[in-house]
Design a protein around this ligand. Structure first.
Ligand code: ADP
Ligand code: ZN
Length: 209
């Protein structure tokens, strides 16, 4: 299955992505994770990307398209993949269509209220060690999984959150109609428990492929 996960920052893409890849035979591709790793490793890509990311801006299309196309071309994507955070612009979606030999099966759009998104992002904490994501209210001290330090991502600071939501509305939301027109859009209400959302996701995926 070839899946794209669409949704505002804070809609829960990363969380649902992990559940989906543990249930279905698809490779998880998160451009955000790839970029954050590059920043951490101090590569040239990382240095380019960091300035955009901390401001909540998108990394330029030509950079991200190259990374995504290369990743999708690796052997572990032959049986399917789940794209999380890509495409984020119409140009990226068009480039993806061109790069694929086999068409996408479904685009899952996680729907969530904007106030909810602001609340979620403000209380998000990330483990410096293993990258797991937590809600501040749910944990005290270090990462329960690995003991790493829990931090607020630079792009989860209030100003960056505002900018990311603006960027989402301007540049990414048009993809909803792009994929609706392509006939492969499925909308999932992303409010409520993680498990409930995942049940809705599975219901949608049952009808695909
Ligand atoms: P979130 O979904 O929480 O906004 P991601 O982890 O998907 O976060 O992405 C973090 C940041 O990485 C984005 O704000 C952006 O700067 C950059 N990024 C990730 N994917 C893309 C993409 N497809 N195009 C441009 N920039 C991207
Ligand atoms: Zn950890």
């Amino acid at each position: 299955m070839r899946i794209v996960l669409l949704g505002a920052p804070g809609a829960g893409k990363g969380t649902q992505a992990e559940l989906i890849v543990s249930e279905y035979e698809v490779t998880h591709i998160s451009t955000g994770d790839i970029l954050r790793k590059a920043v951490k490793d101090g590569t040239e890509l990382g240095r380019t990307a960091e300035a955009y990311m901390t401001k909540g801006e998108l990394v330029p299309d030509e950079v991200v398209i190259g990374i995504a196309a290369e990743r999708i071309g690796l052997p572990d994507c032959v049986n399917g993949f789940l794209l999380d955070g890509f495409p984020r612009t119409v140009a990226q979606a068009e480039a993806l269509d061109k790069a694929l030999t086999n068409k996408l099966d479904v685009v899952l759009s996680l729907d969530v209220d904007e106030n909810e998104v602001i609340r979620r992002l403000g209380s998000r904490r990330v483990c410096q060690g293993c990258g797991r994501i937590y809600v501040a209210e749910d944990v005290t001290g270090d990462c329960p999984a690995c003991g790493g330090k829990l931090i607020i991502r630079a792009d989860d600071q209030p100003e960056a959150i505002k900018r990311r939501l603006q960027v989402y509305r301007d540049q990414t939301e048009p993809l909803v109609s792009y994929y609706r027109n392509a006939g492969i859009l499925k909308t999932v209400q992303a409010v409520g428990d993680i498990e409930d959302v995942f049940e809705r996701v599975k219901t949608v995926l049952k009808d695909v492929s």
